[in-house]
Design a protein around this ligand. Structure first.
Ligand code: AOS
Ligand code: ZN
Ligand code: ZN
Ligand code: ZN
Length: 424
């Protein structure tokens, strides 16, 4: 299925009068609207290939029908999202779930929808059919050198697939750790992992980055070998300048101050990328902005501030990706909602009155500093985000149009009600 420009234009036409009124109002209220809009248009968020089908939990999975069964279909789904919002211009692949069989054909499908290849993900947290050695007790940390070697080789193979597709980064998330005290030596696990990562690092092409993703717990529940940002930063600092820490919002212990973590990683020049999602309890992988929208805004406030301080390009210098899972929502609807929430938080961060904030800080005027941030957060920026989408050729209301066009119904017709996706 395809969404063409005319369908979007016709849809926008019907909403134009109301939109224009709201957009004119916000334009009169805030400074630098044009600048904000051009930044919003440039901003692209990578869609995870594994979030296009129904997620589920260990208790069950409920299907939506029309799930993408092949890599081509996954890219087509991201193309649909991108056609609607013009901010979902890339896909993040997971190997071996997404092994490309014919690079040229895959690249053509992607180019046809304007989709690029974001960071490649390796998978050493599961055993695949026919795999020689098991990752039950870890991969890059494993006490058995042969297991480590197998995991290193897998990562190198993932880089090779990425090179063929034009990706520029590898994300390594490790389930490595231990479930019970005494099971492993923390120091040996760390040193083995570092040594393994060094071998992977030395296989990185010149213009590539490696992102080391940390996670507090799950599937191991006593220790995780890349368990927090400090541990990730240790690895990435030791590895070298192509290594960066990746922040997944759901991978912190409750109440962690993620915005402060982000600020310090940026300050060290070691923040590489993001996995956006939201969480109430743990690695819930819920829709971005659905539980703690103020936190999302505060994170973006630090991102904008820190990137500007270092002269970084917002759209290009970090890897912006979603990492989500949906148990009860249509995955494509959920992803539209996530992108929308991310764009709103970014827009709000762009409109923070920096000068006034600095002045308030210089005077230790706590109430005023808080007012400035809350003023941005409480502004309804939806007309700004909608205007940016419209100018980029997207829909004023992507989710409404998605439903009006009957996208899911159409996908079910094309792919069947029982189509299964590869992945989690
Ligand atoms: C796992 O919790 C991580 O968030 C990883 O990014 C992982 O590769 C992804 O969620 C797919 O399982
Ligand atoms: Zn993640
Ligand atoms: Zn996760
Ligand atoms: Zn997550």
């Amino acid at each position: 299925m395809r969404i063409d420009k005319q369908q979007i234009a016709t849809f926008n036409e019907g909403l134009l009068a109301g939109h224009t009124k709201r957009f004119e109002y916000i334009s009169s209220e805030i400074d630098g609207v044009e600048q904000i809009i051009s930044k919003l248009i440039d901003f692209q968020i990578g869609i995870p290939s594994w979030a296009l089908g129904a997620g589920g939990t260990r208790f069950g999975r409920f299907h939506f029908g029309g799930a993408p069964a092949t890599l081509e279909e996954k890219i087509e789904d991201v193309g649909l999202l991108h056609a609607l919002n013009r901010n979902s211009g890339s896909i993040s692949l997971h190997i071996p779930w997404d092994v490309p069989k014919d690079y040229a054909a895959i690249k053509k499908v992607a180019a046809d929808s304007g989709i690029k290849f974001d960071a490649m993900n390796s998978n050493t947290f599961q055993d695949q059919p026919g795999q020689l050695l098991s990752y039950k007790f870890g991969s890059l940390q494993n006490v058995d050198k042969a297991v480590r070697k197998q995991a290193i080789e897998h990562n190198i193979e993932v880089i090779k697939h990425g090179v063929e597709l034009g990706s520029k980064a590898l994300t390594v998330w490790l389930a490595d750790g231990s479930c019970f005290p005494g099971q492993l030596s923390f120091r040996n696990a760390f040193n083995n992992t570092l040594e393994s990562l060094q071998e992977i690092y030395s296989a990185l092409p010149e213009d590539w980055k490696v992102f080391v993703e940390y996670k507090a717990f799950e599937p191991n529940f006593y220790s995780t070998t890349v368990g927090d940002w400090g541990q990730s930063l240790l690895y990435t600092s030791k590895l070298g300048e192509k290594a960066y820490t990746l922040v997944d919002l759901g991978h912190h212990l409750p109440n962690a101050n993620i915005e402060q973590i982000v600020a310090l990683l940026l300050n060290e020049g070691k923040l590489g990328g993001f996995h956006f999602n939201d969480s109430k309890y743990g690695d819930d992988d819920l829709t971005a902005g659905s539980i703690k929208p103020y936190q999302l805004f505060l994170i973006f406030n630090e991102l904008v501030d820190g990137m500007d301080a270092r002269g970084m390009n917002h759209a290009k210098d970090l890897g912006w990706m979603i990492d989500a899972s949906h148990n009860v929502k249509d995955p494509l609807e959920d992803l539209l909602q996530s992108v929308d929430a991310i764009m709103a938080a970014y827009a709000q961060a762009l409109m923070v009155d920096k000068k006034a904030l600095e002045a308030a800080r210089a005077n230790s005027d706590v109430a005023q500093a808080q007012e400035i941030l809350q003023n941005a957060f409480r502004t309804d920026v939806r007309p700004l985000v909608a205007e940016a989408r419209k100018r980029a050729g997207g829909a004023l209301q992507p989710l409404t149009l998605y439903r009006q066009l009957g996208v899911r119904e159409q996908l079910i017709k094309e792919r069947g009600v029982d189509s299964q996706t590869t992945g989690l």
